[in-house]
Write a protein that binds this ligand. Structure first.
Ligand SMILES: *Cc1c(COP(=O)(O)O)cnc(C)c1O
Length: 380
C-alpha cells in the first residue's frame, strides 16, 4: 500500500475509509480478526471503521449495550423486526406509526406469516388488552408520533410489554437521544432515523438500532450483513459530523418550536396549533413528565382557509421549504394530508384530525427572529 507517510501527525478529523475490502497480511492475522482476538476489518458489508465509529458514538449517546448503523431508518426497523419475529409471530403495534413502518409490518412481514395487531397505544388499557389476546413477540411504538405529536408513555409501555413477555421496540426519531433515551426506561430495542435530526443536514439516508441485551448483538450484526442492510462509510462520516452538534441543534430547535407554537396560537387565520409543550395538547402532562428537557422541534398548525391557504403560505414563505422530511438545520414544512397520509382513507384522516389546512413544521435552529420574519410573510 502506498500512501503518504503522516509521520507523527494524526488527522484531527477522522479519516474516511471508502474501501469495500481490506487486505490481510496472512492466514494467522485473518483468524485473529475472525476470532475477535485482534482488531481489524475484512469485508465492508460486515464492518467498516467509519460505520463502526458512528455506531460506537451513537450507542454511548443512546446508553445502549450495542448498536448497529443501517442503510436507512427503515433498515433499522427491518433489523429490529427481523431480530424478534419469525413465521407465526404476532406483533402489537401503535396505530399511528410512520407510514412505511405500518406497511413493513402489514405487507412485508405479513408475507412471511407474521401478523400485526394495531392498537391505540396512547390508551394503556387497550394496549394491555391487545397484548393479552395471545403471545406477542414485540410491542412497537414511537416516542413522539407523526404528525400530531402524541407522546408515548414509554415507562408504562415497557412494563406492559414485559409483563406480556414481549420486547418493547421504540422508534425515537422525533425525540432523539437528546430529549429522550428509551433504554433508560428499559426499552429493549431503539430505532433512530439518522436521516432526520441526528444527521441534521439533509444529506444522508441512514438508520441506527441499539439494544440493551448483549446476547442479542451477534444475531443482529449477522442479519444486518446477510439481509444487506449495511450502511455506507461516507454517509457515516457525514453523520458523525452532524452528531457532534446534535445536542446544540436539538436544544435550539426545541426552544424555537416552543416559542413559535405560542406565537402561532394567536395569529389570525390559524385555527389550531398542535405542540405537546402547550397546555391544549392531549399529552401535555405526560410530555412534561417523559420529555422534561423539551417537547421537540415538530409542531403542526391548521390554516382555517384549507388547501388554498396552505398553497398561499408555501408560495409566500419560500424560506420555509416544502419538503416531506424533517430535522434540517433550518425550518421546513410538510403537508400530512397530501404526503405522509396521502393514501389513508378520508375517515382515518378525519379520525386523526388531519385536514387539508394542516401544515407540519420541522422547526430548525436558525435565529428566532429570522424564523418569525419568514412565518409572518407566509401568514400575511
Ligand atoms: C423518516 C422516519 C423513518 C424512516 O427513516 P428513513 O431514514 O427515511 O428510512 C422511520 N421512523 C420515523 C418516525 C421517521 O420519521
Amino acid at each position: 500500500m502506498t500512501f503518504p507517510d503522516l509521520g507523527r501527525s494524526v488527522p484531527l478529523a477522522p479519516p474516511l475509509h471508502t474501501t469495500s475490502v481490506f487486505a490481510i497480511p496472512d492466514l494467522d492475522a485473518l483468524d485473529a480478526i475472525y476470532n475477535g482476538e485482534a482488531p481489524g476489518f475484512i469485508y465492508a458489508r460486515d464492518g467498516n471503521p467509519n460505520v463502526q465509529h458512528l455506531a460506537d458514538v451513537l450507542t454511548r449517546l443512546a446508553r445502549g449495550k450495542w448498536g448497529v448503523v443501517t442503510a436507512s431508518g427503515m433498515g433499522a426497523t427491518s433489523a429490529a423486526l427481523l431480530a424478534v419475529a419469525s413465521a407465526g409471530s404476532r406483533i402489537v403495534a401503535s396505530n399511528q406509526l410512520y407510514g412505511r413502518t405500518a406497511k413493513l409490518l402489514r405487507a412485508e412481514f405479513g408475507r412471511f406469516g407474521v401478523t400485526t395487531t394495531f392498537v391505540d397505544t396512547f390508551d394503556l388499557d387497550a394496549t394491555r388488552a391487545a397484548l393479552a389476546e395471545g403471545p406477542a413477540a414485540a410491542l412497537v411504538v414511537e416516542t413522539i408520533s407523526n404528525p400530531l405529536c402524541r407522546v408515548a408513555d414509554v415507562p408504562a409501555l415497557v412494563d406492559l410489554a414485559h409483563r406480556a413477555g414481549a420486547k418493547l421496540i421504540v422508534d425515537n426519531t422525533f425525540a432523539t437521544p437528546v430529549l429522550y433515551r428509551p433504554h433508560d426506561a428499559g426499552a429493549d430495542l431503539v430505532i433512530e432515523s439518522l436521516t432526520k435530526l441526528i444527521g441534521g443536514h439533509s444529506d444522508v439516508t441512514l438508520g441506527f438500532l441499539s439494544g440493551i441485551d448483549p446476547t442479542a448483538f451477534p444475531a443482529v450484526s449477522s442479519l444486518v450483513s446477510t439481509w444487506g442492510l449495511t450502511a455506507n462509510a461516507f454517509e457515516c462520516w457525514l453523520t458523525l459530523r452532524g452528531a457532534e452538534t446534535l445536542d446544540l441543534r436539538v436544544r435550539a430547535a426545541t426552544a424555537n418550536a416552543a416559542r413559535l407554537a405560542d406565537w402561532l396560537a394567536v395569529q389570525p387565520g390559524v385555527s389550531r396549533v398542535v405542540y405537546p409543550g402547550r397546555e391544549d395538547h392531549p399529552d401535555h402532562a405526560l410530555a412534561a413528565r417523559v420529555l422534561p428537557a423539551g417537547q421537540g422541534n415538530m409542531l403542526c398548525f391548521e390554516l382555517a382557509g384549507g388547501r388554498a391557504a396552505v398553497n398561499h403560505f408555501m408560495r409566500a414563505a419560500p424560506g420555509i421549504p416544502f419538503c416531506p422530511s424533517l430535522g434540517h438545520t433550518t425550518t421546513t414544512c410538510s403537508h400530512p394530508d397530501t404526503t405522509s397520509h396521502r393514501y389513508e382513507s378520508a375517515a382515518e384522516k378525519a379520525r386523526q384530525g388531519i385536514t387539508a389546512g394542516l401544515v407540519r413544521l420541522s422547526v430548525g435552529c436558525e435565529p428566532f427572529d429570522v424564523l418569525l420574519a419568514e412565518m409572518t410573510k407566509g401568514l400575511k
